[in-house]
Design a protein around this ligand. Sequence first.
Ligand code: GLU
Length: 447
Amino acid sequence: MTKVRFAPSPTGKLHVGNVRTALFNYLFARQAGGIFVLRIDDTDVERSTQEYEDGIRTDLTWLGLKWDETFKQSDRFERYAAAAEELKAKGLLYACYETGDELERKRRLQMANGRPPVYDRAALELTDEDKAKLEAEGRKPHWRFKLSGNPVQWEDMVRGPVSIETSSLSDPILIREDGSYLYTLPSVCDDIDAEITHIIRGEDHTTNSGAQIEIFEALGGKAPVFGHQALLVGADGGKLSKRLGSLSMQDLRESEGYEAMAVNSLLGRIGTSDPVEPFHALEALMEGFALSKLTRSPARFDEEELARLNAKILHETEYATVEARLGEMDAAAGEAFWAAVRPNLERLRDAKDWAALVNGPVTPVIEADDADFITAAAEALPEGELTEASWGEWTNALKSSTGRKGKGLFMPLRHALTGQPRGPEMAVLLPLIGREEVLARLQRGAA
Ligand code: GLU
């Protein structure tokens, strides 16, 4: 049974990069009929907050990335402590007493001598007496995992064959001086216990994976299959813009008003060999999804592309899909209204302006030069209920009677009826506004 997890730390809000990882895991699980787990990596109790955790769940729910199981690392400290004891007993987790400053000095010296800044394992030489002495001085140990020094190799779902030379890495710190865990060991314990089959995460974790594979083996588990996707960069191939780097998913949803499927469509396709296209449902996006389609080069995230996708998706969205949301924003004006304004929308919230335009009140704009024309227009309005054919009839009649044409004919009418220079097709808008109100606006303007 395929089982994957998305494992954010609730020490901040989700950004597009995290969401892309969540999306890949979700799509991968669903495609395989497997299980998608949401794991909250809150071992850093100082920096983790309930608010961030709730925010993560809100974001994923909004995006439609429904998890099948969820748990928090902070509920499992006993398990991690037991694993740490197991590693200590095997001589694979050892106490170190260097301070941050001491480590920094060692690194500088190594570099000055042209050597890589790899931890020298001096702590392995400490006798029990040395340690007792250090502890008597008030020092507390941090704990490092002893790497094998051998290359660790795996077939990566994205990167192909990967080899990490553990001899060129510092033994990773698993437990800090204050007894808190870095994510490395808890993550391996959880992946073993939850029987995770595939780990899909960002390329920045590739080296960690080398160490983690050795920890899996040390704890008697089998390492899952790994896939490390390239990271997101900005539209120009450089770093993700400061704006996007700092824009959270909550901002994209609430302040920017993007559609969830616009975000999913873009994040699911950039950095792959497939074109970016608008999708209305995750199932449709899932059909063509494959980690093997990811390119090795970073994925370019362009907010303008997101805006274009957003508009395209809205232009194809059925009324029933958005009715409730329109209602919430006080912009529900029926199916005909939606059909009329939909092609003009970039964000759903723009519909609010159009609803205000149909429902009124609007302030008609009429230039002095157009006043007589507008009076004539009010008189020439076709009899009876206005339909989509009315606009054509009306303007044709006005064209012959006044000699006006083109902009000079259409613009004053649009201005008078909507108070705006641009907007949805007048032919569609006219019946939505309705005869009585059309006349009222023309007369109000003419007065
Ligand atoms: N909490 C870790 C992170 O957000 C999890 C990495 C992983 O997927 O294993 O970077």
